[in-house]
Design a protein around this ligand. Structure first.
Ligand SMILES: Cc1cc2nc3c(=O)[nH]c(=O)nc-3n(C[C@H](O)[C@H](O)[C@H](O)COP(=O)(O)OP(=O)(O)OC[C@H]3O[C@@H](n4cnc5c(N)ncnc54)[C@H](O)[C@@H]3O)c2cc1C
Ligand code: SF4
Length: 513
């Protein structure tokens, strides 16, 4: 009997659970490079190159490891799968559970002629069952509690043999929020030249983009070239080692800083590799811990990055499956505004901070965490953009965008669209936060100190307008008390001017600037 194992594009791990459940004799491995989705959806071209090239390299490596691997290109993955099952005499199809729910639904809808076996995923540290056991019965599912449990459970940064954190503290966030000094420059990231396989994929994506334009569809958002991401496990490991050698020690202090012309600063640039399975979370965490302690890296930096992977990454994945299908439709504030055209154009908003982040997305498909949270999602929150539309945009334009990580980050953390199931308060901020944590305001046509009028920073008017529109509800949140007290002090004339400035900004942006 021939067992078929279908490996999805974000399951490129040699030890992934479906492969681990079989052996090369009597097994055929399938990878499908399908244009079904990008034919319909405008996805960043570099994301397509990354996933397809990584799949092609994975196929080569698995053949070398003794597996029989078929990599098929198609524009209809359902038909291709069925034809392959018939042609190769497959008697049972195994698939590791997809991280993204829609994939599972699509596969289940295929009416396969052979039994379909779902193999529980080993792509995350916390299985879905383990997360559910942790979450069951808790009134609040806060990240900090989950993270501490993860530190204990996986024995990361703990005092030897004990229950206490190394260095006697669980959290160094307070030390990791420095404003960027003038001229701050981060270390150079490790980039790669495309090899022959990647160049072929680049040509294919270029042709796909041309076909879309000829059909009258919108072009793929972002630059196809230069493409500099890694596409193999060896390259992903090299990025990890490069991060340890050049950025780990400095990761903490400027974690929240936003600097023009410095899209990556001390950030790890590991998310595309972790999300495709080229790196495993536990191996990354253990390597960081081992090398970080050996090199005497400050605990604030070491704990800072481990918190992201052992804490936030596992937490957002766990919550995505725990919250279930309906979470995608969350819209707590009832926001309905369509995205202004500068989102799809990836530039041209006239706001220096936004245009800088959008330019990095256009060039790399990347912006760092604070740009995602405090610029892009914050703008979406205070401008009242429709949560589902903004989530979809994030998923399409980011190199590391997947359903499981987008929903909780954008809807929960960024937009508070879930009404506080994830965050304890909305991450809303005015221009003064961006001015404090970034370097863009000096070169901006707007003034971060003004709230109203034609040169007022749009983040200011939108911020106070947002607070006022949801005054009643926000006043009931103790973590918003201070700022809501400030709002109380505004005279009616100030509020009217804020409303007018916010409305003018919205209408200018909707018109495409
Ligand atoms: C609105 C919004 C959208 C986001 N969209 C994505 C996305 O599509 N894909 C994605 O992988 N991450 C997403 N994140 C989380 C985070 O911003 C990125 O993982 C991170 O910026 C990736 O860059 P890096 O590898 O340089 O990360 P670093 O800042 O160096 O962090 C190290 C690693 O920690 C993990 N991590 C950090 N924060 C988070 C988080 N909040 N959720 C999950 N993992 C985290 C990532 O694996 C990352 O590689 C989003 C966050 C927000 C607020
Ligand atoms: S003034 Fe406002 S819009 Fe301009 S860069 Fe500063 S925060 Fe951004």
């Amino acid at each position: 009997m021939t067992t078929g194992i279908w490996v999805l594009g974000d399951q490129l791990q040699a030890g992934q659970a479906a492969l681990a459940s079989a052996n090369p004799a009597g097994t055929r491995v399938l990878l499908i490079e399908s244009t079904t989705l990008p034919g319909r959806l405008a996805v960043h071209p570099q994301k397509l190159v990354l996933v397809w090239s990584a799949m092609r390299h994975f196929a080569v490596e698995q053949r070398q490891a003794g597996w029989t691997v078929d990599l098929l290109e198609t524009d209809d993955f359902g038909e291709t799968l069925l034809a392959w099952i018939g042609r190769e005499g497959i008697r049972e199809l195994r698939v590791m559970e997809p991280a993204d729910r829609p994939f599972r639904r699509m596969i289940e809808a295929l009416a396969l002629p052979v039994p379909l076996v779902w193999v529980a995923s080993n792509a995350f540290l916390w299985s879905r069952d383990a997360f559910a056991a942790w979450a069951t019965g808790r009134r609040q599912l806060r990240m900090e509690t989950f993270y501490r449990e993860g530190r204990r459970r996986f024995g990361v940064l703990m005092e030897a043999g004990g229950d206490q954190p190394l260095g006697e503290r669980w959290n160094y966030d307070q030390e990791n929020r420095r404003s960027p000094p003038r001229g701050l420059v981060g270390p150079e990231p490790l980039w790669f030249e495309p090899d022959a396989i990647t160049r072929e994929v680049i040509a294919k994506v270029g042709a796909l983009d041309e076909r879309r334009r000829a059909d009258g569809s919108c072009p793929l958002p972002g630059d196809l070239e230069p493409f500099r991401w890694g596409v193999t496990r060896a390259q992903a490991l090299a990025v990890l080692e490069h991060f340890i050698a050049t950025r780990l020690a400095g990761f903490g202090p400027y974690q929240d800083a936003m600097v023009g012309g410095q899209p990556t600063l001390w950030h790890a640039l590991l998310s595309p590799y972790l999300n495709l399975g080229l790196l495993q979370p536990l191996e990354v965490i253990q390597r960081l811990e081992e090398e970080g302690l050996a090199r005497g890296v400050p605990l604030a930096s070491l704990e800072g990055v481990i918190r992201q992977i052992l804490g936030w990454r596992e937490y957002t994945h766990g919550l995505y499956h725990w919250f279930g299908e309906d979470y995608a439709a969350s819209n707590h504030f009832g926001h309905q505004a369509p995205l202004p055209p500068f989102f799809e154009r990836l530039g041209g908003s006239g706001m220096a901070c936004m245009d800088t982040a959008l330019a990095a997305i256009r060039e790399l498909g990347y912006a760092h965490h604070i740009q995602r949270l405090m610029l892009l999602a914050n703008y979406g929150l205070i401008a009242g953009l429709e949560p589902a539309a903004l989530t979809d945009w994030f998923r399409r334009v980011f190199i590391d965008g997947f359903d499981w990580v987008m929903q909780t980050n954008v809807l929960g953390m960024g937009l508070f669209a879930d009404g506080g199931r994830l965050a304890s308060k909305p991450y809303a901020a005015s221009g003064s936060y961006i001015n404090r944590m970034g370097t863009h305001c000096k070169g901006c046509r707007y003034d971060p100190k003004q709230r109203t009028g034609p040169v007022a920073c749009p983040f200011n008017a939108l911020y106070w307008d947002f607070l006022e529109r949801h005054r009643q509800e926000l006043a009931a949140n103790p973590r918003m008390a201070l700022v809501m007290k400030q709002l109380e002090k505004f005279a009616e004339a100030d509020l009217a001017a804020i409303r007018t400035t916010a409305a003018q900004h919205r209408s200018t942006m909707a018109g495409g600037v």
